[in-house]
Design a binder for this molecule. Sequence first.
Ligand SMILES: Nc1ncnc2c1ncn2[C@@H]1O[C@H](COP(=O)(O)OP(=O)(O)OP(=O)(O)O)[C@@H](O)[C@H]1O
Ligand SMILES: [Mg+2]
Length: 337
Amino acid sequence: MELDVRNKGTIPVNHYLDFSQQGYQVIRELGRNQEGGRIIYLASVCNSEQKVVIKEFSFASETELLDSDAYEREIEILQQLEHPRIPRYIDSFATSANFYLVQEYKNALSLGTKRDFKPTEVKQIAISLLEILVYLQQQVDPIIHRDIKPENILVDEQLNAYLVDFGLARRQSAKIALTTLSAGTLGFIPPEEQCGDKLTQASDLYSVGATLICLLTNTHAANIGKLIGDRGGQFPGLAHQLNPRFRSWLMTMVQPNWKNRYANAAVALAALRSIPVTGNATIVETLLAAIKLKKRTAMFTLAVLGMVAVAATTLVFSQQGGAAQQLKESKSLIDFQ
Ligand SMILES: Nc1ncnc2c1ncn2[C@@H]1O[C@H](COP(=O)(O)OP(=O)(O)OP(=O)(O)O)[C@@H](O)[C@H]1O
Ligand SMILES: [Mg+2]
């Protein structure tokens, strides 16, 4: 028999693990988290066109000591969810070294891949994402995702958002182990998570806000913490291109104190729907912008805030949305000076 020497010493065509016994064939790697000991594969179901995602959890990694039940938790949460924009749980199996979670493949690009969205498109993505959070928060014991960031959000051509990676997700009532307190990704973690305070339904809103700011300012996810920390809400480019009400909505989402954010996804979504993304400011908004520039003393600010409150109440009664919401948005603009 003649030997084919062309491939000698090179990696075989499909050098991935053989899952044929489990009924899957790996197509390619989708991602890899070296530290966490996870590899994510795109695979197909044998003898079918159906694509799936296989997430490999290696317990030979450092995470073994930190978070050994990550695999079970992700399975447990995914099994309980049924939403068209959350990957469906399909299967799980173990080999001698690893655990594997098989889930539905969503054919959409992650926001971790650089893409240019117009502000109106960002609003559409925000609405789509918040709808998923409303579903998660409507559970009897609401689910907090805890790792919302561009890489964990997929967006298709029609701007539908999909939420993936429930590896850190928790029921709101669950006690969080000390070792996993500051899980999540720097810049997207709400301050209450960093401090080990209890998580609320407003916690994921912070991460949504930070993600949207990434998209609107074309900031790479790795730099968002620096952007929010350094600028105190003064994001380059945001003020000019956005309607002040939309900007104010965003600022409310990333308020450091969760009590100053929207209470939950449903409230944030209701507020967002009626807000124009671009366009001119109202009288109240112009006044707020002026305060922003001329805030000299705390007394002055407080006095103007009082005036704004009166003006906002009068104006907002003639516009869509409640007066309380408008005041909340107004306050967030001032807080961020
Ligand atoms: N169900 C899915 N459909 C399509 N793509 C997916 C799916 N699940 C994950 N991906 C892609 O694979 C990447 C890695 O998956 P995932 O976030 O679940 O793994 P991870 O190891 O927990 O990631 P990290 O630790 O980097 O956040 C995602 O960013 C996404 O691009
Ligand atoms: Mg991820």
